[in-house]
Design a protein around this ligand. Structure first.
Ligand code: COA
Ligand code: AMP
Length: 633
């Protein structure tokens, strides 16, 4: 079948407002919009201004009313606990309504923020949708972040309530969430009035009198009382959630997602980009703490009337590298979305995919990979192993949905390995040099998007229009800066090569090396440091810290190394995977004192590098090579 991509993309380009107004027919609105796009509203304009709607209504209630009440909406599969549970659309609605009543009793109303710090349990999904139902703004914090990171998010969002759990479960380890939450609230200046705590059977926790409440007790009571909570109308432009993501400093950026445009964009993506029909089963093997979890575990599949899988496990070790195949077969998954690192882990553990054999994957049609560059070797292995198309696609927390992809529903285009496809409607992608001039096809440059951004992409940062302008819109006027470097080829395919800032991608998790440097620099023996991302066969990148110790510091370097690793784990979280510290006598710098991180990275990755013209003392680069070699021995 010939792809409709070019025709559809051109239709969007000719008349973006007509295109999105047409897509918006798939959503139930309480009242229509005044303008499809209002260029005078917000920082660069707003979509569907004046319309009122409710995201929970569209994701849940309308399916209950529309013939899907007995269809599984959410299937929880937890190889780590051995538990499985399925919720129909009617069952999901009942859980959400009861929780929404509890939140209202705790004084949470429209516009109030609720921080959700949860492991991968169904209650995390109920919590997000209960907030959406009453017009509260959720902010989910990934469980692998430590107390200080959680505190920074609590301070910025100033939540009225927090929903959390006693513990999370990692292979071979129970992660006690409650002490982390208590410490975060102690550190935060903005204290939440109440915390709703889910006690998990693997480990319960103490509740703080007057502040903490038992999730199950309150929800059961609301259910027993037959409490009903209607979906509260909100403006399309009202925030649905805030999701914090790594910025170039330790202070995370609060990406705002609105209600209306978000629904339109995600609903459109499910068939046109992912090729999924309502009623089918979609599995995003990510975490609700990341944008992929928000968009493709929770909102998009439910808006589309699909069954979504919530998987509490890992691609390997829970119990083995066959667990993905088991889940696909058992739940009839039509498409899986995960990060390339998961497939690298499976391949390393089971190179011949022997664990695939007992499973019937006949309903499985497509594998989607995103979150980091999909290396062609892994893509080809997955294609050979599964016998289905493997689609690399590129997006960011900020965009909430793919910027570029091979659009399966519109008809696939010829595959180019190493490319995450072509720009999706809504995205006029350009590649500019540092001075803002377009570069020719096939040349590397700054990847930018011509404004306005489409529905669903961030309209601003939480309470910080200034930082939004400064971080994304100021360097290339008229464009959104993706902070990715890459190129467009002569056929319009994108290639995304690297970040242009200090963000690194560790096992598909986005982290700031600047944030890690801030922690490392706090160690009393450290005079100076630089943290860079270096290539890793499994995780794509891992952080590596170069430290210069104080001249007079009489310390045991092995002890300092251990302390630094512990500090980053304690302040940022285990997810940072900061395990490598290389002591050096000096750091290479330009004559104006800037640390030459890019050159250090090339040396560490054994890539070709050229001597920077502005370097202060070239001999230091040899010292870096020697230190790395000594350290790896
Ligand atoms: N709560 C607490 N700790 C967590 C956590 C959570 N929710 N998630 C991860 N961690 C911890 C891990 O236990 C690990 O700790 P350790 O240093 O004590 O081993 C550390 O954070 C790093 O975790 P992770 O990056 O997951 O690495 P891993 O070595 O445990 O597993 C993979 C490697 C490849 C199996 C794993 O990264 C993976 O499944 N990746 C899939 C990618 C993904 O989901 N990306 C999301 C965007 S699509
Ligand atoms: P996040 O906000 O966590 O989704 O991370 C976004 C960043 O991950 C992007 O800016 C890219 O640097 C990187 N990224 C995501 N998907 C891809 C992809 N398919 N190819 C290359 N890089 C990607």
């Amino acid at each position: 079948m010939a792809s409709r991509y070019h025709e559809v993309y051109q239709a969007w380009k000719r008349d973006p407002e007509a295109f999105w107004a047409d897509a918006a027919r798939e959503i139930d609105w309480f009242t229509p919009w005044d303008k499809v796009f209002d260029p005078d509203d917000g920082v660069y304009g707003r979509w569907f201004s004046g319309a009122s709607c409710n995201t929970c209504f569209n994701a849940v209630d309308r399916h209950v009313d529309g013939g899907r009440k007995d269809q599984p909406a959410l299937v929880y599969d937890s190889p780590i606990t051995g538990r499985k549970q399925s919720f129909t659309y009617a069952g999901l609605k009942a859980e959400i309504v009861a929780l929404a009543a509890v939140l209202q009793d705790l004084g949470v109303g429209k516009g109030d923020r609720v921080v959700i710090y949860m492991p991968m349990v169904p209650e995390a999904v109920f919590a997000m949708l209960a907030c959406a139902r009453i017009g509260a703004v959720h902010s989910v914090v990934f469980g692998g972040f430590a107390a200080r990171e959680l505190a920074a998010r609590i301070d910025d969002a100033a939540p009225k309530a927090v929903i959390s759990a006693s513990c999370g479960l990692e292979p071979g380890r129970v992660v006690s969430y409650k002490p982390l939450l208590d410490e975060a609230i102690r550190l935060a200046a903005a204290k939440p009035e109440s915390c709703l705590i889910l006690q998990r059977p693997e480990q319960d926790c103490e509740l703080v009198a007057g502040r903490d409440h038992d999730y199950a007790a309150l929800v059961d009571a609301a259910r027993a009382a037959g409490r009903q909570v209607p979906c509260v109308p909100v403006l399309a432009t009202d925030p649905l959630y805030i999701l914090y993501t790594s910025g170039t400093t330790g202070r995370p950026k609060g990406v705002v997602r609105d209600n209306g445009g978000h629904m339109v964009r995600l609903k459109w993506s499910m068939f046109n980009e992912f090729g999924i029909k309502p009623g089918e089963t979609f599995w995003a093997a990510s975490d609700v703490g990341w944008v992929v979890g928000h968009s493709y575990i929770v909102y998009a599949p439910l808006l589309h009337g699909c069954t979504t899988i919530l998987f509490e496990g890992k691609p390997v070790g829970t119990p083995d590298a066959g667990v993905f195949w088991r889940v696909i077969a058992e739940h009839g998954v039509a498409a899986l979305f995960t990060a390339p690192t998961a497939f690298r882990a499976i391949r390393t553990a089971d190179p011949e995919a022997e664990l695939l054999e007992p499973h019937d994957l006949s309903r499985f049609r497509t594998l989607f990979l995103a979150g980091e560059r999909a290396d062609p070797d892994t893509v080809k292995w997955a294609e050979r192993t599964l016998g289905v198309p493997v689609i690399d696609h590129w997006w960011q927390t900020e965009t909430g949905a793919p910027i570029s992809q091979d659009p399966v529903g519109l008809g696939m285009l010829p595959v180019k390995y190493g490319s995450p496809g072509v720009p999706m409607p809504g995205y006029d992608v350009r590649v500019l040099d540092d001075a803002g001039h377009p570069v020719e096809a096939g040349r590397l440059g700054n990847v930018v998007v011509k404004l306005p951004l489409p529905p669903g992409a961030l309209p601003t940062l939480w309470n910080d229009d200034g930082r939004f302008r400064e971080a994304y819109l100021s360097e290339f006027p008229g464009y959104y800066k993706t902070a990715d470097a890459g190129m467009l080829d002569e056929d319009g395919y994108l290639f995304i090569m690297a970040r242009t800032d200090d963000i690194i991608n560790v096992a598909g998790h986005r982290l700031s090396t600047g944030g890690m440097e801030e922690v490392v620099a706090e160690h009393p023996a450290v005079a100076e440091c630089a943290v860079i991302g270096i290539a890793d066969a499994l995780k794509g990148q891992v952080p590596c810290g170069f430290v210069v110790l104080h001249g007079k510091a009489n310390v045991d370097i092995a002890t300092v190394e251990k302390e630094l690793v512990a500090m980053v784990r304690d302040r940022i979280g285990p997810v940072a995977a900061f395990k490598r510290v290389v002591p050096v006598a000096r750091l290479p710098k330009t004559r104006s004192g800037k640390i030459l991180r890019a050159t250090m990275q090339k040396i560490a990755d054994h890539q070709e590098w050229t001597m920077p013209a502005t370097i202060d003392d070239p001999a230091i680069l040899d010292e870096i090579s020697e230190a790395l070699e000594k350290h790896s021995r």
